[in-house]
Design a protein around this ligand. Sequence first.
Ligand code: ADP
Ligand code: MG
Length: 255
Amino acid sequence: EGKPDTVLRVDDLQKSFGGLTATDHATFEVKRGTITGLIGPNGAGKSTLFNLISGFYEPDGGSVTVNGTDVTGLEPYQVADHGLIRTFQTPRKLEGMTVREAMLVGPRNQPGESFITLFTSPSTVAESEAANLAEAERILEEFEIDHLATQPATDISGGQMKLVELARAMLADPEVLLLDEPVAGVNPTLAKKLKTQIRRLHREGTTFVLIEHDMEFVMDLADPIIVLDQGSVLTEGTPEGVRNDERVISAYLGG
Ligand code: ADP
Ligand code: MG
């Protein structure tokens, strides 16, 4: 359909916090239609990379291109408008909301654009709520969490919160979805459900970038796999290739 084959390009991205270099000349591409894994030891800079790509952090240098458009330095909601949505390693607390309400403040508001609207312009919310409600219900059912719709969003388990987080992201209908440790703290049954949903959405055309600590999970879903170490791309390859790469093994061992 004339869209670029590369949905995401990260070029020479740089980010420091004080004296700490979290992202160090990171460069890679994500091809349309892939589930691309992003792995690396704790503190390698994986979440920081997601924050830089999705507009939550401003890079010190380098660029981010989504669907052929330079989105470097744009606000999260603007990056979302270019088709890229991310979830958080730790889902944000949604105090005082039911699961259904949490779903409805989700679409396109990467940090709280419509959340602000919720308090300033109730009529606008009423309209968008009507437009999104049916779709939210559909997704809740698909994810088999529709029975939680009226529960306080803070009262559900960590695993269920992860599903809600993914469901909210899906409501935005992204072309590229970045998932930050979707199964961390999720029980095996829910993790399996999550895997099934990711596969289904992938079949339906969503491109994924998947950060995951659970090697079995990521190796099963993703190809290629990009390995990050100390803020830089160490290597990229097939699950098999990466698994047997000495440099990857030693990075994980802290070598
Ligand atoms: P990963 O997700 O791979 O475990 P992170 O991207 O969370 O790694 O962190 C990479 C490094 O950057 C860590 O040393 C972390 O402490 C640091 N870091 C991340 N975000 C911030 C921040 N907002 N302020 C200061 N340091 C940060
Ligand atoms: Mg992280």
